[in-house]
Design a binder for this molecule. Structure first.
Ligand SMILES: Cc1cc2nc3c(=O)[nH]c(=O)nc-3n(C[C@H](O)[C@H](O)[C@H](O)COP(=O)(O)OP(=O)(O)OC[C@H]3O[C@@H](n4cnc5c(N)ncnc54)[C@H](O)[C@@H]3O)c2cc1C
Length: 455
């Protein structure tokens, strides 16, 4: 039956529907752990808004689940294929439609790569601020669908703070426009905010109007090395208490420094046990860096201001700190966020958790936002026992984050993998309300089912 339906779609969209086995495999998952392996029935590469409408009308008629896909760089399983689905790839809708330098906005198709947008607007002295570490390959559509964060979010906010308007195709194929081209606008319920972070479960994002920021004239970068990880975490609080706003404030533990040295030939671990990477920007960058330096020196850090080439290399190394491995059931990257005041307690607890469950741990953090990415892993040669220990460590790390007033996911989204923790964070009435919102947008339940919410 699906074969006949795909034939029908193939006639409506000639050359867009692929059932090539390699293509299906390549597009069957993102970078997150896979709980229920599945292959899509087809990968559909749309080029226009009308193509997306054709696909969703077809999917509604035949009750076929649709998994939207940008670059597949997600790490929560949000873009994993599910039983009987088709993957709707937005990668070819990759045009920048307008750059409005005086309005400080841009209008883009969803498949535009984050870095490409930044390159294009830089010649106008502008930048698109939200910069996930994956910015060289993740798409603006995927960034919107996950409400992605990034390094510069410490100062400029997350994706939602830079999205002004959306065009979205709803489950039945209707095209809607939400939001406004202005920075301000409060007419009606804020559907733009609701759709941002909805992980492909409420509609398919086909156009995004973003707010741009000024490319800073001056940046200063400090590398502050501490003896150990909790001391470096204390440095984050010291910067906050000095009431200075860095644009980047990233925390890397000793295991992460060792891994980077091994992969990239750097010598970070030789310089200290933990690194706080700090950048200030704007006309006050030098004064702000000086204030931060003195706050950190007071904690015993070794603080060096990096020249521009070395500074770029350090920031680039931070972007690689997740490693190239794809997560699986023996290696899971976490994404909790906690109030900054609890950072030191949390990182100390993580270290003792890893020891108690006999699993390995490395941690990086968008520390300015209290957003931590502990990666736990266990020896796969030890089999199911190691897997069970890893799961317990993950559960405990999430439970503790919640107990400290935090959240199960700061920026990666719930996807498929974190659904088991959602009810730990949200009360039944909220879960039910979310399920009802989903029903309003997607009454047939065809948009990325089994993701993001507990329905
Ligand atoms: C090395 C590495 C570093 C990373 N660093 C960060 C980081 O610093 N901050 C951060 O937030 N994330 C980070 N991520 C995670 C990931 O890059 C982000 O979640 C990113 O926003 C996903 O974009 P994508 O284009 O790859 O989307 P995909 O992975 O393809 O999809 C992600 C989700 O969005 C949905 N989706 C995609 N496009 C659309 C669309 N047009 N309409 C509706 N739904 C859609 C999918 O169905 C899925 O649920 C990192 C990942 C890696 C591998």
């Amino acid at each position: 039956m699906i074969a006949a339906a795909l034939d029908e779609l193939g006639h409506a969209l000639p050359g867009r529907v692929s059932t090539d086995p390699e293509d299906l495999t390549r597009n069957s998952r993102d970078q997150g752990p896979v709980l229920e392996p599945a292959l899509p029935s087809a990968v559909i590469r749309v080029r226009t808004v009308e193509d997306v409408q054709v696909v969703l009308r077809w999917a509604s008629r035949h009750r076929v689940p649709v998994v939207s896909r940008g670059a597949g760089s997600g790490v929560s399983g949000g873009a994993h294929a599910t039983q009987g689905c088709v993957v709707l790839s937005l990668e070819l809708m990759n045009h920048i439609l307008a750059i409005n330098p005086d309005d400080e906005t841009a209008v883009v198709e969803p498949g535009v790569i984050n870095a490409d947008l930044n390159t294009a607007v830089a010649e106008h002295g502008l930048m698109y601020a939200p910069d996930p570490a994956s910015y060289r390959w993740s798409t603006i559509g995927g960034n919107v669908a996950t409400n992605a964060g990034g390094l510069r979010c410490a100062k400029y906010g997350v994706t939602r703070d830079s999205v002004l308007a959306l065009k979205v195709v709803l489950a039945g194929g209707t095209l809607i426009s939400t939001g406004h081209s202005t920075f301000k606008g409060v007419a009606g319920y804020d559907l733009t905010a609701l759709l941002t972070g909805s992980e492909g479960t409420l509609g398919v994002v086909v156009q995004v109007t973003v707010r741009l920021r000024y490319l800073p004239r001056d940046v200063r970068t400090l590398a502050a090395f501490f003896e150990d990880f909790p001391q470096a975490a204390a440095g984050v609080l010291a910067i906050g208490r000095a009431r200075v706003q860095p644009s980047i404030l990233e925390l890397l533990d000793g295991r992460t420094l060792e891994a980077l040295d091994g992969a990239h030939g750097s010598n970070l671990r030789g310089r200290g046990g933990s690194l706080l990477l700090v950048r200030t920007d704007g006309y006050g960058a030098a004064a702000e860096a000086a204030a931060i330096r003195s706050a950190l020196l007071g904690l015993g850090a070794v603080v060096e201001e990096e020249g521009s080439a070395e500074a770029e290399r350090l920031v680039d190394l931070r972007r690689h700190s997740r490693g190239d491995e794809v997560d699986d059931l023996f290696r899971v990257g976490e994404d909790v966020a906690i109030p900054k005041s609890r950072l030191v307690d949390y990182v100390e607890a993580l270290e003792s958790m890893a020891a108690r469950y006999a699993v390995q741990l490395k941690v990086v953090a968008h520390a300015g936002d209290g957003n931590l990415h502990p990666t736990f892993w266990a020896e796969r040669s030890e089999g199911p026992q190691a897997h069970a220990r890893l799961d317990e460590a993950l559960d405990e790390s999430v439970r503790l984050a919640l107990a400290l007033g935090g959240t199960i996911t700061g920026e990666h989204g719930v996807g498929q993998f974190k659904r088991r923790w959602l009810a730990w964070e949200q009360e039944p009435a909220v879960l039910e309300l979310q399920a009802r919102i989903k029903e309003v947008f997607d009454p047939l339940g065809i948009l990325n089912p089994g993701k993001a919410i507990v329905a």
